[in-house]
Ligand binder design. Structure first.
Ligand SMILES: NC(=O)c1ccc[n+]([C@@H]2O[C@H](COP(=O)([O-])OP(=O)(O)OC[C@H]3O[C@@H](n4cnc5c(N)ncnc54)[C@H](O)[C@@H]3O)[C@@H](O)[C@H]2O)c1
Ligand SMILES: [Zn+2]
Length: 510
């Protein structure tokens, strides 16, 4: 993995880059001097004599060349990533960190500017340039504000950001590690060896992920089974197909299956591993936001039956979870947004600062916030691995959400349905005087802000109600809700008066 330092001119990409590279024992490559060397001219001369188009061509060539190398610290020029192709090339094998600084700090850092783009009134030009590029800068998941920070401080922060983290599921009989960090997937063989996870290995993924992740071009000799993508294939027929593949590849009781994918692949591979030869080891590499913060954690595996979702399964945790945020870069936008529903849920039930971070409109996706979202589920699972009590908190939004999901004929995604369910359940909680005033509105605002739907207009409330009773976990029993009380706190095992519930559902659809 390369580390790419991007940001406006004057932010310190080169200085920070050099120091960082020295600390990490990497090579530092600054794209502007490379262009100068190739053109035999200074940058202002290239602009003056050959024009900006020629300059941008040099830039693209260099981005592609650097993207093909590894373990570099790269500082592309200030305008380089305006070209989406340059960005995509560098993202294939790199973490882009967007360095930011207040405008006056930027100006102060380049007193004798000879930058062609700032010729004349530098302050006014810088202002215009920053404004024009703001949405580009904002679009990077990883942001680092360098205003009033020294170079060593900025380098410390980057070093901490790229250092791998370890989280631990400690529930008895359930113990395993979550390795979280940028670029971990490319080191998968080493991670496995370090943990004595040796034996015949087989990777299972789906067709979309195989096409999206560069990992599959470098996965060496480990065979890869590619399944069709999607929930429609999360069934026993696919499990039978997996058993066939396991046998064909000679997997025995000492073998290891590696799931690289979203919740569908993880749930299926886990279940196949739980049952093949009465249980073999497996490793989960979640590649969706939903799976990273939710599905991969807690050891539930399984498949759907024609009668309903997740009706067959086992608690069967993997030996190791490897979460690499770089894999999320190719995730389709709708999948990303769906995952945000579970992140918001985690903030809502147990982490006020996580919720407030999203509420403030900060970029989500840096490893620190991912770790926060993961930690909520880890804490809950560690306290109650088999869902005897507190783990029920994770169902906030899901009792109504699941019903809405099926009522939509699964046109709404799981995350979208959970957002709708969360807002409805917050309203229910308010009616029941469990939640504090203002909570439903605040929650709806946050969900809408990240692009999630918050109502089920046009749906039939009676139908939603009926589907809630036929949910497998509630059949034949009085419905029990996990409901939010305030941001950061929820309660479970709450019964709702039928009339109050129907009032809530009626409000949801109008
Ligand atoms: N075991 C649990 O505790 C648990 C918890 C929650 C959800 N789940 C299950 O998880 C499933 C949903 O998981 P999901 O939302 O991850 O869906 P998914 O696995 O179907 O992935 C969503 C889509 O994104 C594609 N994709 C995945 N990673 C990609 C990447 N990095 N780049 C590009 N495309 C990529 C997939 O091919 C798929 O089309 C459901 O079946 C649900 O029941 C399980
Ligand atoms: Zn969910």
């Amino acid at each position: 993995m390369n580390i790419v330092l991007y940001g406006p001119l004057g932010v310190g990409k080169s200085t920070v880059g050099k120091t960082l590279a020295a600390r990490l024992g990497r090579e530092f490559v600054d794209s502007d001097p490379l262009i100068e060397a190739r053109a035999g001219l200074t940058i202002p001369q290239v602009f003056a004599q050959q024009g900006e188009v020629a300059f941008r061509e040099f830039e693209s060539t260099i981005c592609n060349e650097l993207a093909a190398r590894n373990n570099l610290v790269i500082a592309p020029g200030g305008g380089a990533l305006l070209n989406p192709a340059n960005r995509a090339a560098l993202e294939q094998n790199g973490l882009i960190i967007c360095l930011r600084a207040a405008e006056d700090a930027l100006l102060a850092r380049m007193p004798h500017t000879d930058r062609p783009l700032l010729a004349g009134d530098a302050a006014a030009k810088l202002h215009a340039l920053l404004e024009a590029r703001q949405s580009l800068y904002d679009s990077f998941a990883v942001q680092l504000d360098t205003t009033r920070k020294s170079i060593p401080q900025v380098v410390d922060e980057i070093e901490a950001l790229v250092a791998p983290r370890r989280l631990q599921i400690t529930a008895p009989g359930f113990e395993h590690e979550i390795a979280l960090g940028y670029g971990l997937l490319e080191n998968l063989p080493a991670l496995l060896t370090q943990r004595n996870l040796t034996g015949t290995t087989l990777i299972v993924t789906d067709e979309n992920i195989k096409a999206a992740l560069p990992f599959f071009n470098q996965s060496g000799n480990t065979p890869v089974v590619v399944l069709p993508a999607g929930e429609d294939h999360k069934n026993l027929a696919t499990i039978a197909r997996l058993y066939d593949a396991f046998l064909a590849h000679g997997l025995d009781r000492n073998s290891i299956v590696i799931a690289v994918g979203g919740g569908v692949i993880g749930d299926m591979v886990g279940f196949a591993a739980a049952t093949y030869m009465r249980g073999i080891k497996w490793v989960n590499v979640p590649t969706t936001l939903l799976s990273m913060v939710d599905a991969s954690l807690g050891g539930k595996t399984g498949v759907d039956l024609p009668q309903g979702k997740n009706l067959v399964g086992a608690f069967y945790p993997p030996s190791l979870i490897v979460s690499d945020p770089l894999t999320l870069q190719t995730l389709p936008r709708r999948e990303w947004i769906g995952g945000m529903a579970e992140v918001i849920k985690h903030g809502l039930i147990d982490d006020t600062s996580l919720f407030e971070w999203i509420e403030a409109g900060h970029a989500f996706g840096s490893v620190d916030v991912l770790q926060q979202a993961i930690s909520v589920k880890v804490r809950v699972v560690n306290e109650d691995p088999y869902e005897k009590g507190r783990r029920a908190l994770l169902n906030v939004g899901h009792t109504i959400g699941h019903a809405v999901e099926s009522a939509s004929g699964f046109k709404l995604s799981h995350g979208e349905s959970v957002a709708i369910g969360m807002v409805a359940e917050a309203k229910l909680a308010k009616r029941l005087e469990v939640a504090e005033a203002g909570l439903p509105e605040r929650l709806a605002r946050v969900c809408a802000q990240v692009g999630l739907p918050v109502d089920a207009r046009g749906m039939e409330p009676g139908h939603i109600r009926q589907l809630m009773s036929s949910d497998k976990k509630k059949a034949g029993k009085q419905l029990k809700f996990a409901l939010p009380k305030r941001v950061g706190e929820a309660a479970y095992g709450i019964e709702a008066d039928e009339a109050v519930l129907m009032d809530t559902l009626n409000e949801l659809v109008t």
